[in-house]
Design a protein around this ligand. Structure first.
Ligand SMILES: Nc1ncnc2c1ncn2[C@@H]1O[C@H](COP(=O)(O)OP(=O)(O)OP(=O)(O)O)[C@@H](O)[C@H]1O
Length: 921
């Protein structure tokens, strides 16, 4: 049986004589049933006592196949020969993490901080892996090499490599693999699978195996190994996959490592065994060793968050007996130790950062690790929840019916399935999701990208075919990983002058208008225009602040105040002064919107005439992002990674404006770029490290946002919830401008938000904006019920909340929408906002107009908006927890806002009582 629960206490190590001789043991007291049961003792025998050394009160322990024994009337448990002992099984360690941990625990930590940099071995390694996958899928070597090297054009160009030399090297690496595949080592009944995603609930592991051959793991290494045996840490990696396969009931007895630089041609060299494939027996003892190492790692990670010491406990390098002088990471290791004043076996170089910076680093390191735990909790739901629960939680589409599996370009697969037409989820087109045969953990699962998601169809692209019966949200750690790297870069590599501002040691500085280049607004000279924007004072001031900023500028833009318009003008003014600008935002949508505004303002034509030399091939704008992430109308300026290395690198290096999401800014390619100014939209929705990912790449930065609208989207309750934008605007109000004229809402609609959120400072930009009504849409208001007209109205349908829905209210909302449409409003001009996806679905079933959650509506608007509040009795739910969400919901409408809810419930809270008064006025 399995015993699992939090540890209450850890006993002393003892040695006892048994019929098998002297044996070590250690007792650990746990509360079974995840802490609900009465404490029991579990005896860990033999080498599992090493795991007990890492165990501490509060950690979770899992012992599988334990046997029960009675001792003095109490039931205890003990490990058996079949037992696995796992510490913190909920902490999912990545297999590559264990591999570096076994080399040196500090290397594991350093890899987390510095990410995977862009370097030739990494890029070449990726290409060789891809070619390997292609060979397994039956592609010709030559075709694959050319294709995959071309795909890596951009990265190779940035590194200064030419196509031919890389092709040669990849060909040489892949030839060994091809030779081995062809050697007859394999018979016809060999079954191969490439790139296999595995998650293990028992061992707390996850990873992607390079390949499986007859159910045993095969790992590819782009290197040479002339020993007979595979390298130790390579074996560890293969053994991790073996463990995960073992959990699925396969019993892999061998593991294979393929060393691509071992070429059979060299075989008669004296240097050793040059066969590319090296097999090893995956014995029980080795697997136990791997589990113990994984436990040591998980225990360190637990201590980093739970150790009562002042600073997170991180590895020093003394844990391993590796020799620092042989380590490639030695310099990086010493620098990090020196800068953060950490104990390390390699020693320290450089001076330590000041305490305030060190505290900041530690605080956010812990906050990000907490966020990682929350992400792991999301993974856990993949096996803890039933498919129905997951679907009800909007995290999966279930009961899909496979319709077709089609092989498409690059030997990838397009999977098409029919979906029940009322099924909703968080999944959207472009998302990477887990496609499976119905069981994503123990069945067959493949990661793929959703290319189409209609009301009754879903299409996913994957590397391997799967019977598409279920599609799950795949929780990604990439944002945590990239944020840690951004934090590292900001604190350890950031300029002193930048950090003076970030850490409150100096006010941001601004250039005098007179120092602007001749001809710019405000500069001396006969031809200089008066303003950057001549019809909106606050917007003009915002552009001035941004172009004059020597450190940073903050633009606060309440709803509809022309943030996007101002951003476009700012970029143009910055480029006019010769700056190279990074345009970034939290979402692809905001990046594309800002680019659209820039293009609408004739930016490309202007660049072509003003900077004929430096416009680059794309007319001055380069959009970096995936094909599915970037909007159709921006595909023409999207950076395609494939192509001639030099041309690709030049494209990225020369473009005056590069646009990418902040997540993409943390990629290894973008980390190679530098800019004069980073301009970040939606900055109030970004965590501090998330913002650093973009601003680290530039000398100066401009943040645009509204901290009275949605805050950063994070799972953990910690410092990540406050944006850098908000902190800086509160610290340096003089470095900010608030845009105060809005171009969206009628006077009546904007009144509440202005009073509650913007100190009454928000005003309609023009009389036309202020005075808009339903009548502008050709609608006769007299044909509608009075509460549906007059700019703002309130309707109480007398509904009843049931979970996250309110059916009666949904019916009423649909009837209201119908009334507007019947009165002549174009359905495209109507939008419905509800706080829960369940209610969104409930309403969506009854109407064809756009229905979505608040979070999805941020940044957009409609002439007519109906808001369904759902709550009756108590006010709880995401919309009520945070007034900023209400601000967003109430500021989407231009001409008519109709609020539907329970008057009694709303009246019980002063804020909502004021809202009710305003809506009913
Ligand atoms: N100075 C201006 N002169 C004329 N029109 C303007 C000006 N500023 C903004 N607008 C117009 O007002 C509308 C709203 O502007 P924009 O889309 O830039 O707002 P926003 O603040 O980005 O909105 P959101 O709150 O949705 O992010 C647009 O149609 C834009 O062209």
């Amino acid at each position: 049986m399995n015993v699992r629960g939090p540890i209450v206490s850890v006993g002393e190590a003892r040695t006892v004589s048994t019929s098998y001789g002297e044996r070590d043991l250690r007792e650990v007291r746990v509360r079974p049933d995840r802490g609900a049961g009465e404490p029991v003792d579990v005896t860990l025998w033999g080498k599992w006592t090493e795991t007990a050394e890492h165990a501490e009160t509060g950690m979770e322990l899992l012992v599988t196949e334990a046997e029960a024994d009675e001792y003095r009337g109490e039931t205890g448990y003990a490990t058996t020969d079949e037992s696995w002992v796992v510490l913190q099984p909920d902490f999912l360690v990545d297999v590559t993490g264990i591999r570096s941990w076994v080399q040196c625990p500090r290397m594991y930590y350093l890899n987390k901080l510095s990410g995977i940099p862009l370097n030739y071995p990494v890029v070449k390694g990726t290409v060789v892996h891809e070619v390997f996958g292609d060979l397994l899928r039956g592609m010709e070597l030559e075709e694959s090499v050319e294709d995959r090297v071309a795909d890596a054009g951009l990265e190779l160009g940035l590194l200064g490599y030419e196509t031919e030399e890389v092709e040669d090297e990849v060909r040489r690496n892949a030839a060994a693999v091809e030779g081995w595949l062809a050697q007859g080592t394999l018979s016809d009944d060999d079954t191969w699978r490439s790139e296999f995603t595995l998650i293990s609930p028992t061992f707390g592991l996850k990873g992607r195996a390079d390949a499986l051959r007859r159910g045993t793991p095969v790992e590819l290494k782009t290197g040479k190994n002339t020993k007979r045996e595979p390298r130790f840490h390579d074996k560890v990696q293969a053994a991790c996959y073996a463990l995960m396969l073992d959990e699925r009931g396969v019993d892999p007895d061998i593991g294979t490592l393929l060393y691509t630089k071992n070429t059979a041609l060299d075989r008669n060299e004296e240097s050793g065994d040059l066969a590319p494939a090296k097999e090893f027996t995956v014995g029980r003892g080795f697997l136990e060793f791997v589990v113990r190492e994984r436990n040591a790692l998980a225990a360190m990670e637990w201590r980093a968050l739970n150790d009562p010491g002042e600073r997170p406990t991180v590895p020093t390098g003394y844990e391993a007996d590796a020799t620092c002088s042989y380590c490639f990471e030695q310099d990086a290791c010493m620098v990090v130790s020196g800068r953060l004043d950490q104990e390390s076996k390699a020693g320290q170089i450089g001076t330590a950062v000041p305490d305030a910076e060190r505290d900041y680093f530690d605080r956010f390191y812990v906050a990000l690790e907490e966020e990682r735990r929350e992400t792991h909790a999301e993974y856990r739901k993949l096996w803890e929840q039933t498919p129905e629960e997951r679907a009800a939680d909007d995290r999966a589409l279930i009961d899909l019916e496979p319709v077709a599996q089609t092989e498409i370009a690059d030997r990838r697969w397009e999977l098409r399935a029919r979906k029940p037409d009322d099924a909703v989820s968080k999944l959207r087109e472009g998302d990477v999701a887990l496609a499976s045969d119905g069981d994503p953990v123990s069945g067959h699962g493949e990661l793929g990208r959703i290319t189409e998601l209609g009301s009754d169809v879903v299409v996913v692209e994957t590397d391997e075919p799967v019977e598409l019966r279920r599609l799950d949200v795949y929780p990604s750690e990439i944002s945590v990983d990239r944020s840690l790297t951004a934090l590292h870069d900001a604190v350890l590599k950031g300029s002193e002058s930048r950090k003076d501002v970030l850490f409150g040691r100096r006010e941001p500085e601004f250039r005098e208008p007179a120092d602007r280049p001749a001809g710019s607004p405000g500069s001396d000279g006969p031809d200089a225009p008066d303003a950057y924007i001549d019809n909106n004072e606050a917007q003009n001031e915002a552009v001035e602040l941004a172009v004059d900023a020597e450190d940073c500028a903050l633009i606060h833009g309440p709803p509809g105040t022309g943030k996007t318009y101002t951003i476009a003008r700012t970029i143009r003014a910055l480029v006019a002064e010769g700056n190279r600008v990074l345009l970034s935002a939290f979402t692809n949508r905001a990046v594309d919107n800002a680019l659209e505004a820039l293009r609408d303002q004739g930016f490309e034509e202007w660049v072509a005439s003003a900077r004929p030399d430096g416009a680059g091939e794309t007319g001055g704008i380069l959009r970096v992002g995936t094909e599915t992430g970037v909007r159709e109308d921006m595909q023409d300026v999207r950076l395609v990674q494939r192509g001639d290395p030099n041309a690709k690198a030049a494209e990225l290096r020369d473009a005056p404006v590069v646009a990418a999401t902040t997540a993409t800014c943390g990629s290894r390619v973008m980390r190679e770029c530098d800019f004069d100014v980073a301009l970040v939209d939606e900055a109030s929705q970004l965590t501090e490290p998330g913002t650093h990912a973009a601003v680290n790449l530039a000398d100066r930065f401009v943040l645009v946002g509204d901290h009275e609208q949605l805050p950063p989207v994070v799972r953990a309750e910690n410092d990540l919830r406050t944006s850098l934008f908000q902190r800086l605007i509160e610290t340096y109000p003089d470095a900010s401008v608030m845009l105060d004229r809005q171009y969206r809402m009628s006077q009546r609609i904007q009144a509440f938000a202005s009073a509650e959120f913007y100190d009454g400072a928000l005003r309609p930009a023009t009389p036309e904006v202020a005075g808009q009504t339903l009548a502008d849409l050709g609608v006769d208001p007299d044909g509608l019920a009075p509460e549906l007209t007059g700019g703002v109205g309130f309707v109480d349908p007398d509904g009843e909340r049931d979970g996250n829905r309110n059916v009666r209210e949904a019916e009423r909302v649909a009837a209201i929408v119908e009334a507007y449409v019947a009165a002549g409003v174009d359905p495209d001009d109507v939008g419905v906002i509800a706080p829960f996806r369940a209610q969104v679905a409930e309403i969506g079933r009854r109407t064809d107009v756009t229905v979505d959650t608040v979070d999805r509506f941020q940044g957009s608007s409609k002439a007519v908006i109906v808001v369904s509040l759902v709550a009756t009795g108590d006010l709880d739910g995401p919309i009520f927890e945070d007034h900023r969400r209400v601000n967003v919901a109430l500021t989407r409408a231009k001409k008519q806002l109709t609020i539907v809810g329970d008057a009694d419930a709303l009246g019980s809270d002063p804020f909502y009582a004021r809202m009710l008064d305003w809506a009913r006025r």
